[in-house]
Ligand binder design. Structure first.
Ligand code: NAD
Length: 479
C-alpha cells in the first residue's frame, strides 16, 4: 500500500506525528493507500524550509526562474500517462479526461507562468513639473500558502503554486486530502527540475488541522484558496484579522441560458459536456439550465436522449462518466436528488446508482436531469457538485436574468444565442466572474478568473495572479 509523504525542503518525509489517514480509490470503493496526517508541526517544518529558501529564490533572475518552471512543465508532459493514471485512480474521473484536460492543463500552468513572469512589469509615474519620479516595485510577498480542492487535483494545485513561485515567493501548499496523489508525485518532478530545496513544500493532511495550521501561521502572509464557500468563509474569519492577503475561489451554481435563436446542435453537444464533465464536479459546470419556452419541449426530448447515451463506468474504460469522488459525496448528491423529488421536481432521466461489473463497491451515479418548476427550490439554489442538472423554461430576458442572478453564487454563466445585442445586454447584467457565449470551459490563461458574491474574492489568471503574489511598493524620488 502506498504512502503519501510530505515533500519538505526538497525531500520526502513522514509526518512528525507518524499518523496516517486512508486514501480511497473511488472507482473500487476501497482504501488503497495512506496519507500523511500532518499537524502544525509539519507546517512549521515546511514554513522554516520556505523561509530559508526565500532570500535566494526571490533574488534568482527571472530567466532562471522561468527556465525551471518551463522544465517542470516539460517533465509533467513527459510523465503524462503516469500522472493521468494516478489522477483517474485517485479521483475516479475518466482516464481520457485526465489525459486530455487535467494533466495537460497542469503543465500549461507552469509553462504559462514561466513565460508570463518574463513579461511582468510595473509602472513609473513622473510627477511632471515637481521634480519627482515615482516607480512601483513589485516584490514577492515571502512565504505564502496555497490550498486546493479535489475536483481537478493537479490542475488547480498548479494553477496556484506556479504563479506563486514564478513571482519569487516560497510556498507551503496543501492539496485536498481526498485526492493527494498527483501533488505527491509532483515532488519527484520538482527535484528533477532543479527547483531549489524549500521553494515549494507540499504538505498533506486534513483541512481542519493541516490546512488550518497554514492559514493560522503568523508568518505565512498570503493564502490562495480554492474550495467550498463554507470553508472559504471560515478561512476568511481566521485570516482577515491577521491582515493576510486572501484569494478565495469558491462554489458556484452556474446558469446555462439557452435562447431559441442559438446554434441548436452545437448548444446541445456542449450542454451535455457542461452538465456532466468530470461527473459534474467542476465548479464551472452549468448546473441550472434555463431554456426559452418555444424550444423547451424539443430541448428536453433531445437532451434527455443524449444524456441516456452517456456511459458510466470504470474510469480506465472508454466511458463518459467515472465514479464520483467519495462515498460521502455520493450520499450528498443522492440526498439532493431526494430533496428535488420532495420539492416536486420531476426526474427526467437518471437518479440512481450504477452498479459497474467488477467494481460494485465504486461510487457510480447516473447522470441526472431534473425538471423543476420553481427557480427558488433548493436544488436550484444550493451547490450539488455532482452529475445532476435542473431544467426550467423561461419566456423573457428579464425573467431569465432574475433566475440567473437569483442565487447567492456568481462564478460563471453560459449563454446560447446568435443575437449580438442580446449577448451584450445579458453579459453586462449577469452577476458572474465569467460569461461564456456559445462555448463553455474555453480558457485563455491570460484572462482574469474568479467569482462574485459568495463565489469568491479576488482574481486568478495571467498578471492578476502575479499581482496577487506580489506587494506593490511605491518609491518616490525627489530630484
Ligand atoms: P473544501 O472546502 O472542503 O476543501 C478545499 C481544501 O480546503 C482542501 O484542501 C481542504 O483540506 C482544505 N480545508 C478544509 N477545511 C479547512 C480549514 N479549516 N482551513 C484550511 N483549509 C481547509 O472543498 P472541496 O470539497 O475539496 O472542493 C469542492 C468545492 O470547491 C466546491 O464548492 C467547488 O465549487 C469549489 N471549487 C471552486 C473552484 C473555483 O475556481 N471557484 C474550483 C474548483 C472547486
Amino acid at each position: 500500500m502506498h504512502k503519501i509523504l510530505n515533500y519538505i525542503n526538497g525531500e520526502y518525509c513522514e509526518p512528525v506525528s507518524k499518523e496516517w489517514i486512508d486514501n480511497f480509490n473511488p472507482s473500487e470503493g476501497v482504501v488503497y493507500g495512506k496519507i500523511a496526517n500532518s499537524s502544525s508541526e509539519d507546517i512549521e517544518k515546511a514554513y522554516q524550509a520556505a523561509k530559508k529558501a526565500f532570500p535566494s529564490w526571490s533574488n534568482t533572475t527571472i530567466e532562471e526562474r522561468s527556465r525551471i518552471l518551463l522544465k517542470i512543465a516539460d517533465l509533467i508532459d513527459q510523465n503524462l500517462n503516469k500522472l493521468a493514471e494516478a489522477e483517474a485512480l485517485d479521483n475516479g474521473k475518466p482516464l481520457s479526461l485526465a489525459k486530455s484536460v487535467d494533466i495537460p492543463r497542469a503543465s500549461a500552468n507552469f509553462r504559462f507562468f514561466g513565460n508570463a513572469i518574463t513579461q511582468f512589469s510595473s509602472d513609473a509615474h513622473e510627477s511632471v513639473g515637481l521634480n519627482t519620479m515615482n516607480f512601483t516595485l513589485r516584490q514577492p510577498i515571502g512565504v505564502v500558502g496555497c490550498i486546493s480542492p479535489w475536483n481537478l487535483p493537479l490542475y488547480l494545485f498548479t494553477w496556484k503554486v506556479a504563479p506563486a513561485i514564478a513571482a519569487g515567493n516560497c510556498v507551503v501548499a496543501k492539496p485536498s486530502e481526498v485526492t493527494p496523489m498527483t501533488a505527491y508525485l509532483l515532488g519527484e518532478i520538482l527535484t528533477e527540475s532543479g527547483l531549489p530545496k524549500g521553494v515549494l513544500n507540499i504538505v498533506h493532511g486534513l483541512g481542519p488541522s493541516a490546512g488550518q495550521a497554514i492559514v493560522e501561521h503568523p508568518h505565512i502572509k498570503a493564502i490562495s484558496f480554492t474550495g467550498g464557500t463554507k470553508t472559504g468563509e471560515h478561512l476568511a474569519r481566521t485570516a482577515a484579522p491577521m491582515f493576510k492577503k486572501l484569494s478565495l475561489e469558491l462554489g458556484g451554481k452556474n446558469p446555462n441560458i439557452i435562447f431559441a435563436d442559438c446554434d441548436y446542435d452545437k448548444m446541445l453537444a456542449v450542454t451535455v459536456r457542461s452538465s456532466f464533465a468530470n461527473q459534474g464536479q467542476i465548479c464551472l459546470c452549468g448546473s441550472r439550465i434555463f431554456v426559452e419556452k418555444s424550444i423547451y419541449e424539443q430541448f428536453k426530448k433531445d437532451f434527455v436522449a443524449k444524456v441516456k447515451q452517456l456511459k458510466v463506468g470504470n474510469p480506465f474504460d472508454d466511458v463518459n462518466l467515472g465514479a464520483v469522488v467519495s462515498e460521502a459525496h455520493r450520499d450528498k448528491i443522492e440526498s439532493y436528488i431526494q430533496i428535488a423529488k420532495d420539492e416536486g421536481g420531476k426526474v427526467l432521466t437518471g437518479g440512481n446508482r450504477v452498479s459497474v461489473k467488477g467494481f460494485e463497491k465504486g461510487y457510480y451515479l447516473e447522470p441526472t436531469v431534473i425538471e423543476v418548476f420553481d427557480a427558488n427550490c433548493r436544488v436550484n439554489q444550493e451547490e450539488i457538485f455532482g452529475p445532476v442538472v435542473t431544467v426550467m423554461p423561461f419566456e423573457t430576458e428579464e425573467e431569465v436574468l432574475d433566475y440567473a442572478n437569483g442565487v447567492k453564487y456568481g462564478l460563471s454563466a453560459t449563454l446560447w444565442t446568435s443575437n449580438l445585442d442580446k449577448t451584450m445586454r445579458m453579459s453586462k447584467q449577469i452577476e458572474a466572474g465569467i460569461v461564456w457565449v456559445n462555448t463553455w470551459l474555453n480558457r485563455d490563461l491570460r484572462t482574469p478568473f474568479g467569482g462574485v458574491k459568495e463565489s469568491g474574492v479576488g482574481r486568478e489568471g495571467g498578471f492578476e495572479a502575479l499581482r496577487f503574489f506580489t506587494e506593490a511598493k511605491n518609491v518616490c524620488i525627489k530630484y
